[in-house]
Design a protein around this ligand. Sequence first.
Ligand code: CTP
Length: 404
Amino acid sequence: MIFEGKSVVLGVTGGIAAYKAAALCSQLVKAGAAVDVILTEAARQFVAPLTFQAVTHRPAVTEMFFLLAETEIGHVSLAKRADVLIVAPATANTIAKLAAGLADNMLTTTALATRAPILLAPAMESQMWTSPLTQANVDRLRQYRDVTLVGPGEGRLASGATGVGRMAEPEEIVDAARWLLGRGGPMAGRRVVITAGGTREPLDPIRFLGNRSSGQMGYALARASRDRGAQVILVSTAGQPAPFGTTLVPVETAAEMHDAVMQAFPDADVLLMAAAVADYRPVAAAPHKIRKREDDLALKLTRTADILAEVATRRRADQVVVGFAAETEHLLENALDKLRRKRLDLIVANDPRQAMGAATSEITLIAADGVVDELPPLPKGEVAGRVLDWVAALVTKDEHLHLR
Ligand code: CTP
């Protein structure tokens, strides 16, 4: 949705990662963006304009084209049209040119002329990236322009060496562009705390009691909140990196999740409690591996703190609290009962047998005023979007937002 009707200019410069720019371009097009590609001369040593033309159904702009068809393209028309300029890969050379304000090819000219935010995905050998000159160029760019960096990451580089300088993966670059485009959205300036995944309660140093929650829904909610401009704190057991633009607080047990939520909640506008939190944990974790014996083994479990129940006693009226109800029977009645007991503004009910680990979810939303919204099976990303439409309506007190 966020790329729908948006113009993305993708600048590709001459690095081996240029081949990944084709995958990036394809993902941007699939996401709904209108993509214009500019290739520098060096980029054309690595990838052909035709590759991009085939994906975008538009001419890929090169220096040659620029010179021959100046009137048709107009050297600042792309700069004006762009909602975001992505440079991926961004070589040390192009970063230096951008920092110096040079306009010696179509890409640097467009970058100088545009007022759109710029997203750079640097890719180069470690020594070039860590050079004080490259770092100074990045600082200078940040000082004068609305520039965001995605990556570079650590990994195997073109030279065969391992180090910092690897271009961010296309998915991460798309994610960063979403964050950029969503900054002014309906949740701008709001803080959202989201819990994700299933808690793990240790039995001994190598075993735990857990559940099947993958954390996918929590991560989808984090992205959906971020795409609407929110500042996101993601308290997660899932062990996956934070989506671009969000802050990850890694936890494992219900007690750790409890502490992380209690710390973040006072400053939050919204709490989305999507995690599957253990209701019981072993009374004590064995300090050493539990050995098998001839007879049966009984585990003694004790209750964990109910995070939402505690939040209910501390929450302010201006905070929006959303619970999730995993119900294998009497879905609506049980969810409604939880909504009331835990003083929630909204509860998202589903049958976990259908949802856990699956790509789609079938959920029912119940608001405190009794309004029920039954959604058809949808991909988790879309479900998260629907939940956030409700949340944005509750936060901004705009009753019409969720009825769109
Ligand atoms: N939850 C929580 N702390 C717990 C257990 C659950 O905050 N110790 C939250 C979950 O994150 C979810 C909501 O409470 O948002 C509902 O969780 P669920 O386990 O379905 O409900 P319970 O209140 O534990 O009720 P029951 O076990 O009777 O189904």
